[in-house]
Ligand binder design. Structure first.
Ligand code: C2G
Length: 132
């Protein structure tokens, strides 16, 4: 069984998230998502609208996702890859090069981001509507 892992906040779920999850799953048989905890998001200078529990509930309902584990620091990826016996690490290419240190332990694949959509764009678009 080929195991794939990816990480993220996955707040205000949108087609960009679904596209990366679908493509990641297509690379193997089992997809693990390392979901950023609310506390780790603070370290990432992000504040998610949905709590970790709600973002986990939403991700677990997605057909491509087989398991969700907490991501609570920048340094857990090697341990996760080894402990979960991961074959492939996947991220959007906005992270290209950032996780190449994992190549010692698994395949590292950066996939093109979906253009024109992001959680921050959703938030700013809604802000504009609200201001009208
Ligand atoms: N993504 C994408 N296309 C978009 C938006 C996001 O392909 N339009 C991808 C990102 O590249 C990432 C995943 O969706 O691979 C999750 O994105 P975020 O929730 O924004 O995650 P991020 O804050 O980048 O956290 O340790 C890694 C970090 O936790 C990644």
């Amino acid at each position: 069984m080929k195991k794939v892992i990816t990480y993220g906040t996955f707040d205000l779920l949108h087609p960009g998230h679904i596209n990366i999850l679908r493509r990641a799953k297509e690379l193997g048989d089992y997809l693990i998502v390392g979901l950023s905890t609310d506390e780790f998001n603070l370290q990432k200078h992000k504040e998610a609208y949905h709590s970790y529990e709600d973002r986990k509930l939403i991700l677990e309902a997605i057909q491509y996702v087989d398991e969700v584990i907490p991501e609570d620091n920048w340094d857990q990826k090697i341990k996760d890859v080894l402990n979960q016996e991961v074959d492939i690490f996947v991220m959007g290419d906005d992270w290209k090069g950032h996780f190449d240190f994992l190549k010692e332990f698994c395949d590292v694949i950066y996939l093109p981001r979906t253009t024109g959509i992001s959680t921050s764009k959703i938030k700013s678009d809604l802000q504009e509507v609200g201001d009208d």
